[in-house]
Design a protein around this ligand. Structure first.
Ligand code: NDP
Length: 340
């Protein structure tokens, strides 16, 4: 028997909210992603509890994509099931996103960025989740072979059809992002947000793009577009869990498919850096994970940090990073030295 769910009354006191660029939409400083841990092989009791813990702590944003699972589609199905059991009364308090861009079905219309693919994929996602609309729909990755005008026109169409309230782009380099933002503006459907990978161990968003003459964060800031960053813990590498071997129940230990962290990602140079960072985190009275999240949130241009979690306990640990997101100049210098 599943106990009926009543969310914590004080949930909005526990979270900080940040405006996405110059839009009207505020997002929680920490959002929950369902890429891993919500698939067919995962434990429904665990992910139900993780979703409840998230909302009880003011996490109003759940991030999905057509291909999340594994297998692809199963995270949306599982989320839909729990949404209908626990969250329907709270639909207007939730920001649910999905994406399309990666491989989803065979043939020429099952991936990338054609209007045919993007529109069909969102229809499928809505069906899997049992939703009438999503709050944010993303183009998941740039398509080198489809005109950007076509992919952006598809996003504009989807909003006009009422299937998404806002649109975003993900994994677009700075120059392509600037172009996409411009096209969307001309179409009258502004780009709400960009979703790039960003962590202490992957700082491409800070690197100047020669053709855009700015880095991605500067492009987004100049255009009033928000930024929600994924894999802030480098899939668990920026925690203390791999410092003494590979736990069997970890992402690496479980040998997951589709781009999940593997043993190859745990080389000695990286582990040495994480060991030094972990010491610094402990001096700040934080866990390694908390310091990694705080380090991203110190930048006001970051609208939200999109974490994954394989348990409620982990999620609570990550949320507690909000207790201290400031760094002294000396701490920042030490971090730069370690990361060099
Ligand atoms: P993270 O970097 O946050 O990694 C999450 C993993 O780290 C967890 O599964 C868990 O690993 C471990 N972990 C989390 N919190 C803690 C903690 N407090 N202490 C110790 N370990 C912890 O993010 P993800 O890589 O999972 O990505 C987050 C979300 O970003 C995705 O769910 C998705 O929504 C989005 N994303 C978007 C992409 C895109 O192309 N747009 C690509 C990838 C992700 P373990 O399982 O080992 O316990």
């Amino acid at each position: 028997m599943i106990m009926a769910y009543t969310p914590a009354e004080d949930r909005y006191k526990k979270m900080q909210y940040r405006r996405s660029g110059k839009s009207g939409l505020q997002l929680p400083a920490i959002s929950l992603g369902l890429w891993q841990n919500f698939g067919e092989a995962d434990d429904m009791n665990v992910y139900r509890q993780t979703l409840r813990t998230a909302f009880d702590n003011g996490i109003t944003h759940f991030d999905l994509a057509n291909n999340y699972g594994p297998p692809g589609g199963s995270a949306e199905i599982n989320f839909g099931k729990i949404f209908h059991e626990d969250f329907t009364a709270y639909r207007d308090e939730l920001i649910i996103s999905t994406k399309a861009g990666y491989y989803m079905w065979p043939g020429p219309y099952g991936e990338w960025g054609s209007k045919k693919y993007l529109v069909s994929s969102l229809d499928q996602s809505l069906k899997r989740m049992g939703l009438e609309y999503v709050d944010i729909f993303y183009h998941h990755r740039p398509d080198p072979n489809t005109p950007l005008e076509e992919s952006m026109a598809a996003l504009d169409l989807i909003v006009r059809q009422g299937k998404a309230l806002y649109v975003g782009i993900s994994n677009y380099p700075a120059d392509k992002a600037a172009e996409a933002i411009k096209i969307l503006k001309q179409l009258g459907t502004p780009c709400l947000i960009h979703q790039p990978r960003y962590s202490m161990l992957d700082r491409w968003v800070e690197k100047k793009d020669t053709s855009a003459k700015k880095n991605l964060l500067e492009v987004l800031d100049a255009n009033g577009v928000g930024c929600i960053v994924f894999s802030p813990l480098a899939q668990g590498l920026l925690t203390d869990k791999y410092l003494k071997g590979i736990p069997a129940d970890s992402r690496v230990g479980r040998k997951l498919p589709n781009g999940a962290l593997t043993e190859n990602g745990l080389d000695t140079t990286v582990l040495k850096k994480v060991t030094a960072l972990n010491e610094l985190a402990l001096q700040r009275n934080q866990t390694m994970a908390q310091m990694a999240i705080a380090w991203l949130l110190k930048d006001k241009r970051i609208t939200s940090v999109l974490v994954g979690a394989s348990s409620s306990k982990q999620l609570l640990n990550s949320i507690a990073s909000l207790g201290d997101i400031s760094f002294s100049a000396e701490e920042l210098k030490k971090i730069e030295k370690i990361l060099k």
